[in-house]
Each structure stands twice: as structure tokens, then as C-alpha cells.
Design a protein around this ligand. Structure first.
Ligand SMILES: Cc1cc2nc3c(=O)[nH]c(=O)nc-3n(C[C@H](O)[C@H](O)[C@H](O)COP(=O)(O)OP(=O)(O)OC[C@H]3O[C@@H](n4cnc5c(N)ncnc54)[C@H](O)[C@@H]3O)c2cc1C
Length: 246
């Protein structure tokens, strides 16, 4: 685990004049206060700034971070929000080469960014404990945020590298989560479907996020098994071939 030291402020790239005006109007300026390399590809990022003070946040909401322009942003899920101090924290997963992944990999303490939100994504007020979160690497931050509603939230994540994801879960106090290693032919989804059974028996509310196709399949399985739509919340975080899906 590495926590980087404070450095001179940097921004992702210089926005044009119009974009700059929009950023100033709608976005909150934040500074990177800490970056922790929790495991390969995973970074815990703490953002702080006067504009983050006095903000009302509920678990499940999202923020959008401008990627050097008001017209290009990527979405992340605050794990917590300290409205008094003016700080929030996200768990970013750098899956590939897109602007979000590149931003995350390059982040250093002292960098500045523009944040839109927090805004509604999943309406967690519709859910009551027990909660069952099914998702992937991008859903771990959400599961962590939801522990303030259900400290014993049960989780199942499809992941590329169970070792790295396991490290992240241990760091965030979610060590009891089930990890299912992703397979190209999606055969691992049968394991995730099997994991739905235990949560169904406990009367859980389901929160399905992450890859669009997986959400669709698990939702269908839940409906076939007689779970009412009211007990299922869904939000696609990404889909193959789509950029910055939101
Ligand atoms: C409401 C919401 C909350 C989110 N919260 C988080 C969060 O807390 N932490 C987090 O890390 N991500 C989160 N995401 C997901 C994140 O915004 C996307 O993964 C985003 O696409 C990453 O941007 P990028 O520029 O790296 O890739 P893009 O340029 O958007 O995508 C490039 C390619 O990579 C694919 N791709 C995108 N994401 C993944 C992935 N995870 N695995 C494999 N392939 C992928 C795309 O389909 C596309 O083909 C959230 C998304 C939403 C909508």
C-alpha cells in the first residue's frame, strides 16, 4: 500500500474558454488530498475543497469528474462525504486506457479537478436492510457506502483478479464478500446466480450495479424466482463498447 506525498497542484488538461466558464458555473473545484494504492488498478482517492463543504450526500449517489473539459466526464461513487470538513473519498478502478482510467492512474496529491454532484444515481432510500450488492470492481465503493444503511451488507462481485479485489475488500472492511472470477464466456454468471439464493432467503433488497449485461441477467433471474421489482435496484456502470456510460 502506498500513500503518495503532497506535491504542486496539477490539472488534467487545460479547458477551453467556454468549457472553463461552464466548469466554473456548475462544478465544484476539488484538490486531491490523498491517493492510496490499495491494490493493482485500485486507488482510494480523497478529494477536498471549500466547495465540498455543507453538501448533503446520501449513500448511492454519484459524482462526475471533468476530464479536462465540461463536456467529458467520468462517474464515480463517493464512499463517504464529510460535509463539515469538505471532503469525500472514491474507490477508482483503472480498468483500461479510457480517460477515466488514465486520470486515475496519473493522480497525485495536490492535483486539482472539477466535480459535478453529488447527484442521485441509486435511490438508496428505497432499500431497507438486509441489503445484497451484486456487481464488479466498480461497485465496491458503492457497497462500502451502503454499510451506513446495512453494516452487514452482503456482497458478490465478478472480478478479473480475485487477489487484488480481495485486498481492497479487506482494506474497506468488506472481507466477507464473495468474489467470482470473470470468464470470457460468462460461465461465471451461474456462480453469481447461485449466490442470489442465500440473499433471497434472507428477504434482502438487491442492488445490482456494474456491467450492464450482468445486471440484466441477474435481474431477470431474480424476477423469475419471484422477487418483486420493488426489491431490486439497478444501475449500469459500464457496458462494452460504450464510453463514459451514465
Ligand atoms: C453511477 C456510476 C457510478 C460509478 N462508480 C464508480 C466507482 O465508484 N469506481 C469506479 O472505478 N468506476 C465507477 N463507475 C464506472 C466508471 O465510470 C466507468 O468504468 C467508466 O467507463 C470508466 O471510464 P474510462 O474513461 O476508464 O473508460 P471509457 O472511456 O468510459 O470506456 C472505454 C472502454 O472500456 C470499457 N469499460 C468501461 N469500464 C470498464 C470496466 N470497469 N471494466 C472493463 N471495461 C470497462 C467501456 O465499455 C469502453 O468500451 C461508475 C459509473 C456510474 C455510471
Amino acid at each position: 500500500m502506498t500513500v503518495t506525498a503532497r506535491a504542486e497542484p496539477r490539472t488534467t488538461k487545460t479547458p477551453g474558454r467556454f468549457s472553463k466558464a461552464l466548469l466554473g458555473l456548475f462544478m465544484k473545484r476539488a484538490t486531491v488530498a490523498a491517493v492510496e494504492d490499495v491494490a493493482d488498478r485500485f486507488r482510494l482517492v480523497t478529494l477536498e475543497g471549500a466547495a465540498l463543504r455543507g453538501v448533503t450526500w446520501t449513500p448511492g449517489q454519484k459524482i462526475q469528474v471533468a476530464m479536462g473539459s465540461a463536456f467529458a466526464n467520468r462517474t464515480y461513487t463517493p464512499i463517504r462525504w464529510d460535509a463539515a470538513a469538505g471532503s469525500t473519498r472514491i474507490l477508482g478502478y483503472a480498468h483500461g486506457e479510457g480517460p477515466g482510467s488514465a486520470w486515475l492512474r496519473a493522480l497525485r496529491v495536490g492535483d486539482e479537478c472539477d466535480v459535478f454532484g453529488p447527484r442521485t444515481s441509486l435511490d438508496s432510500s428505497r432499500t431497507t436492510a438486509p441489503l445484497a450488492v451484486f456487481g464488479d470492481e466498480t461497485s465496491i465503493g458503492l457497497a462500502c457506502a451502503l454499510t451506513s444503511i446495512d453494516p452487514l451488507v452482503s456482497c458478490c462481485f465478478e472480478v478479473g483478479d480475485a487477489g487484488s479485489s480481495g485486498q481492497v475488500l479487506a482494506r474497506l472492511g468488506l472481507a466477507g464478500a464473495t468474489l467470482v472470477t470473470r470468464r470470457d464466456d460468462d460461465a461465471h454468471l451461474r456462480e453469481m446466480e447461485a449466490a442470489l439464493g442465500t440473499a433471497m432467503a434472507s428477504g434482502a433488497s438487491f442492488v445490482l450495479t456494474g456491467k450492464a449485461g450482468t445486471i440484466q441477467r441477474l435481474r431477470q433471474t431474480l424476477l423469475w424466482e419471484g422477487v418483486t421489482p420493488a426489491r431490486i435496484l439497478t444501475k449500469a456502470y459500464w457496458a462494452p463498447g460504450k464510453q463514459g456510460l451514465d
